[in-house]
Design a protein around this ligand. Structure first.
Ligand code: PMV
Length: 322
């Protein structure tokens, strides 16, 4: 086969990753745990074609030059002994590059689709370490989108492991979209700036293993209040570390804090819901699926929210039937 299409869901970290211990291999300074979502995804088709004289990448109907895409394709060509260039057509069913993890779903979809189109094996992609490593080079959090449900990415080995399948423990994220602009500082330079200038960076890296251990225990016990509290704490510690950079790195907006206030107030009234934010202003609220509508009502009541999406836990990246 020389063409394949892959759909990969966005993943949102509960225990956050920020910082690299090896920039060249794009290895993380900390481990992380995420939830893969249904409903926000990237779909990518890769077709190797002897008529092409270079790789042609189209994202949402616009042709782009992206060296990371060519890097992935070069690595796949080398692994497969493929000499043809490729046409890559990608659709983001998620706002692009605004801190909604579109680079993770995008890289997972691109990596797996290129791998499949080159005829390399794609069964059990989360255990295919050369594929995982290739995808991680493009985006540090992307290998987590290869698997569904709750997924851990190991700091030391770079391996991904599913902790719970989507149906083992039904969870939901209510995604509040706040603004649609591209983010000001992309994660890669943002991480480097934080490591080089934030006095809180060492404390962030050193405290992470405790959060990972606590989160694993909460997941094993299916203890949502405990997991939610760890997630909110990990989020705010990550942002505290970014805010300590010079110049400060502030991805959160006033509206972000308004949503956080609204969810925390609803929680004080008994709603089981906890917030997380990444390298952008959007707020993702973790809850049980039966509370998702109530959470969405709370979030929609906040002024200036562009859109609210209820996203249940989703499957890992899939090669779609031809
Ligand atoms: O995948 P990257 O390198 O763009 O990093 C993403 C980092 C965060 O989204 C902020 C946190 C995480 O663990 O996903």
């Amino acid at each position: 086969m020389s063409q394949a299409t892959v759909r990969a869901g966005v993943n949102i970290a509960l225990v956050k990753y920020w910082g690299k211990r090896d920039a060249a291999a794009n290895l993380p300074a900390v481990g992380s745990i995420s939830l893969t979502l249904d409903g926000l995804y990237t779909q990518t088709t890769v077709c190797f074609d002897a008529a092409l004289s270079r790789d042609v990448f189209t994202l949402d109907d616009t042709q782009r030059d992206d060296p990371r895409v060519v890097e992935v394709l070069d690595a796949v060509r080398q692994a497969a002994g493929e000499i043809r260039f490729a046409r890559i057509t990608s659709e983001n069913h998620v706002p692009t590059a605004a801190g909604l993890a579109s680079s993770a779903s995008g890289m997972a979809a691109l990596g797996l689709a290129s791998w499949a189109a080159a005829g390399l094996p794609t069964d059990d992609p989360g255990r295919n370490q050369p594929l995982v490593d290739l995808i991680r080079r493009g985006s540090g959090s992307a290998p987590r989108s290869l698997l569904g449900g709750l997924v851990e990415l190991d700091r030391d080995t770079g391996q991904v492991q599913q902790l719970t399948a989507p149906n083992d423990w039904p969870l939901c994220m209510v995604v509040a979209v706040i603004g649609r602009g591209e983010k000001k500082v992309k994660s890669r330079p943002g991480m480097q700036l934080t490591r080089d200038t934030s006095p809180y960076y060492t404390a962030w890296v050193e405290s992470q293993p405790l959060d990972l251990t606590a989160a694993r225990q909460a997941i094993a016990a299916r203890d949502l209040p405990h997991l939610g509290a760890i997630m909110e704490r990990s989020t705010l510690r990550m942002h505290a570390c970014m805010l300590g950079a010079d110049p400060p790195l502030r991805y959160l907006s006033g509206r972000t804090l308004d949503v956080l206030d609204a969810v925390q107030a609803a929680r004080a009234q008994g709603l089981a819901a906890w917030c997380t934010m990444d390298a952008g202003p959007h707020v993702k609220t973790l809850c049980h699926p039966t509370d998702a509508e109530a959470v969405a009502r709370v979030v929609r009541a906040v002024q200036g929210i562009e859109a609210v999406r209820i996203c249940p836990a989703g499957q890992g990246a899939q090669v779609l039937p031809a």
